[in-house]
Design a protein around this ligand. Structure first.
Ligand code: NAD
Length: 355
């Protein structure tokens, strides 16, 4: 399918490419929907194997941001950015500042923050070129690392799922298999370890594995994570990991993690439902970061307010489960339904956000 056809089918507003040969920057921004507010979503820095793969990723991720903000009840639309580069070896101040200038050309139609491969330091460089950066480090007046609230939200979502499956939301003694041990997984692990859950983790990056070993966690090879005997499988790396090859291998009763776009296709959500596994839709339980950012807009940032709203992910996840049972549909579809209901309720006043 061509890009225009894809955008028409999934309702995207805009797709932009930017090149700065001096800064060695190749970046793409996708704006999916600005019905609820300016498009907001992080910047992913990843060595994509092709431009096509990067475009496909940014289009899918930007759409998920629209649904995430809609379900989380924040006044933001959906957008995302990707930079084609290796975050461990290619990133420079020049590249980040060039990207900041790209974001600035949109005049606030797109607000950026961190994602896979980007950090608070990168945001500081971007911020030297544009005000449209959210979740800056607290040391420079921002609300700080989004992964802190994202981790809290995932933990609350897991508890809502546990309550449904095991009749108690306690995670004590439960085994959680985490795929990826980056920022979000680390924050989620913090809550799980406090509740005496057992963690088995994997990552493709040695630095992340060293961090896991320092915490005394069990580490397995990346490909082995799907076969771990666990109660909860928690994808916290990249998307597309729930598919026809991996789902039949899972032993978990619950899938609940932070990665965006975990389902490769809608059919995979149906298959998970058919197998009696409770899937916490990614954008429902990983919304803590966007909730935190939304608390920066239009008022003085209050960490208490952001935390209280993030903890509500427990209720939102419970509502998704309720809708899924009532209508006998997979949780992935139940979440889409709740998101679309909210967007449609304000569609009558839709205006393209111009910044
Ligand atoms: P991160 O870069 O800090 O961590 C991701 C980790 O996954 C890295 O350590 C990477 O090496 C690892 N990884 C990549 N491919 C892997 C594989 N095949 N197997 C095992 N590990 C692999 O990024 P993050 O901020 O922790 O984000 C993780 C996921 O959560 C992403 O999908 C992101 O879009 C999503 N997310 C992040 C936030 C946030 O606040 N940072 C919010 C919502 C969703």
């Amino acid at each position: 399918m061509g890009n225009f056809e894809y955008m028409r089918q999934y309702g995207h507003e805009q797709l932009l490419m930017y090149s700065d040969s001096v800064a060695k920057l190749k970046a793409i921004i996708a704006i999916h929907d600005t019905t609820l507010g300016p498009a907001c979503g992080g910047t992913r820095i990843w060595p994509y194997e092709s431009e096509e793969a990067a475009i496909n990723d940014v289009l899918r991720l930007s759409r998920a941001m629209t649904y995430k903000s809609a379900v989380a009840d924040v006044a933001l639309g959906g957008g995302k950015a990707v930079i084609i580069a290796d975050p461990h070896s290619d990133k420079t101040e020049g590249m980040m500042r060039a990207f900041g200038r790209f974001v600035d050309t949109l005049g606030g139609r797109y607000l950026t923050t961190t994602d896979v491969g980007s950090t608070g330091r990168d945001l500081e460089y971007m911020h030297q070129e544009t005000p449209h950066v959210m979740g800056l480090p607290t040391t420079v007046g921002g609300s700080g690392d989004t992964s802190v609230m994202t981790g809290l939200g995932i933990y609350m979502g897991m508890k809502a799922c546990a309550n449904e499956v095991w009749g108690s939301d306690s995670l004590t003694g439960k085994t959680v298999a985490m795929q990826g041990f980056g920022k979000v997984a680390f924050q989620t692990a913090h809550h799980l370890l406090k509740e005496n859950a057992h963690l088995v983790v994997t990552d493709v990056y040695q630095g992340a594995l060293d961090k896991a070993r320092d915490l005394g966690l069990n580490v397995v090879e990346p490909e082995e994570i799907y076969d771990v005997d666990c109660d909860i499988f928690s994808p916290c790396a990249l998307g597309g990991v729930l598919n026809q090859n991996t789902v039949p291998r899972l032993k978990a009763k619950v899938i609940a993690g932070g990665a965006n776009n975990q389902l490769l296709t809608d059919t995979d959500g149906e298959e998970i439902h058919r197998r009696g596994i409770l899937y916490a839709p990614d954008y429902v339980i990983n919304a803590g970061g966007i909730i935190n950012i939304s608390a920066e807009i239009g008022s003085t940032y209050s960490p208490e307010r952001a935390r209280e709203k993030t903890e509500r992910i427990y209720e939102i996840m419970s509502k998704v489960i309720h809708t899924s049972k009532l209508e006998e549909i997979p949780t992935s579809l139940a979440a889409d339904k709740l998101a679309e209901e909210r967007i449609n309720s304000v569609m009558g006043i839709k205006q393209i956000y111009r910044g």
